[in-house]
Design a protein around this ligand. Structure first.
Ligand SMILES: [Zn+2]
Length: 80
């Protein structure tokens, strides 16, 4: 899932959840996207939009307590 920041023709900002960019274009074409404030179906992506990839339970990115250490390549071992 992708969350897009959208803006309607009246300047209201709201979020829309879509499977992908194509799903957004499809729903926009069918006027299925409507502003929750004024009901306008003329919504556009914010010029600088943010998106978040969402899995079943969490919104990413999230900060984990156990952050892996900065990129340290694993030791190279030659197997002889
Ligand atoms: Zn609106």
């Amino acid at each position: 899932m992708i969350i897009y920041d959208l803006k309607c023709e009246n300047g209201h900002k709201f979020e829309g959840w879509f499977h992908d960019r194509n799903a957004f274009e499809e729903q926009k074409g069918q006027q299925l996207i409507s502003c929750p404030i004024c009901g306008s179906t003329d919504a556009e992506l914010m010029p600088i939009f943010t998106f978040k990839i969402v899995n079943n339970h969490n919104i990413l990115p999230i900060l984990h307590e156990n952050t892996p250490p900065p990129c340290i390549p694993p030791p190279l071992e030659t197997v002889s």
